[in-house]
Design a protein around this ligand. Structure first.
Ligand code: NDP
Length: 312
């Protein structure tokens, strides 16, 4: 079977650049939206040029120019969007509605993967304010996709390793301390951690796979389903030292949001649902979804222990 041609929108982003790499590595003809707004952002331009050198095609376009999006989309079979969705960096999830309008007009797309890559928003209808905005916006995008009958795959990637493992699951931290750690509650709720290049590789594997068509794909590498305590323990074993541990009860954690900036509050609520409620791992995958490590056992994913070695 011929491999689909792929357009990555958001290709210079934290996840997007990994998707471009994975798409090229898997032999897909890969296009990247080269947004006119990038202007003189030298890092982005240099990254795009290096992708071009590796065989990617740069397609000029803008979210403010509908026809440019239509033109770019017509070049490919599959569109993957990795537009920003982390408030402390940038949150542009609803801009995807413009992309969906362009996909509708182009009429040729065999699969669209919207910018999801986190907690399954469909399971977060009871999420707390203000963090729920991420899930609400992602659901608005899903509705637009499904109303337009665009074939889709939703990737529920769980926790990016860099954010969660780096900081031993403590919000506001992305480097592990060698002295202490604050546990969220009892630290025993399971979460799921996935290395970002692995997320990209699993994602690319799904795009031509009939088993993932119009499905949610959960990324649940079995060895990486661990509680915060277990993550801390892995780190302690690696450094050969026990950390001083304290704990922050749920009520105190929620009270600490008061007075913080909106973007911080959004992020903290995500940690709340993951670490106090265990929202990522406290359910069985239903019949309408599939699990990536089962579908693609050939991918040798990075375990939490391997990942943590990077910080030694
Ligand atoms: P980034 O913040 O790295 O941004 C990605 C891209 O978004 C940018 O490179 C840029 O594309 C595009 N973008 C930003 N602002 C605009 C704008 N105003 N107009 C058009 N395009 C814009 O995103 P992430 O990689 O951090 O996030 C991608 C997805 O992953 C999101 O859905 C997010 O929610 C999710 N995520 C999940 C995490 C988890 O732990 N599960 C953690 C982090 C993110 P360009 O290349 O064209 O400049």
């Amino acid at each position: 079977m011929e491999k689909s041609k792929v357009l990555v929108v958001g290709g210079t982003g934290y996840l997007g650049k990994r998707l471009v790499k994975a798409s090229l590595a898997e032999g897909h003809e890969t296009y990247i939206l080269n947004r006119t707004e990038i202007g003189v952002d030298i890092d982005k331009v240099q990254m795009l040029l290096s992708f071009k050198e590796q065989g990617a095609h740069l397609v000029s376009g803008s979210f403010t120019d509908h026809q440019s999006l239509v033109k770019a989309i017509k070049l490919v079979d599959v569109v993957i969007c990795t537009i920003s969705g982390v408030h402390i960096r940038s949150h542009q999830i609803l801009l995807q509605l413009k992309l969906i309008d362009a996909i509708k007009e182009a009429g040729n797309v065999k699969r669209f993967l919207p910018s999801e890559f986190g907690t399954d928003p469909a399971r977060m209808e009871n999420a707390l304010e203000p963090g729920r905005v991420t899930f609400d916006d992602k659901m608005i995008v899903r509705k637009a996709i499904e109303d337009a009958q665009i074939p889709f795959t939703y990737i529920s990637a769980n926790c990016f390793a860099g954010y969660f493992l780096g900081g031993l699951c403590q919000p506001g931290k992305i480097l592990p301390s060698r002295d202490s750690a604050v546990l969220l509650g009892d630290g025993n709720k399971k979460a799921i951690y996935v290395e970002e290049d692995d997320i990209a590789m699993y994602t690319i594997k799904t795009i031509d796979d009939p088993r993932t068509l119009n499905k949610t794909v959960y990324l649940r590498p079995p060895k990486n389903i661990l509680s915060q305590r277990e993550v801390v323990e892995i780190w302690e074993n690696l450094i050969g030292k026990e950390l001083q541990k304290s704990s922050i009860p749920k009520e105190e954690f929620l009270a600490s949001l008061k007075g913080q900036e909106y973007a911080q509050q959004v992020g903290l609520i995500h940690y709340y649902h993951v670490c106090y409620e265990g929202c990522l791992a406290n359910f069985e995958i239903g019949n309408d979804a599939v699990e990536a490590s089962e579908l693609y056992p050939e991918i040798k994913y990075t375990t939490v222990e391997e990942y943590m070695k990077r910080y030694l």
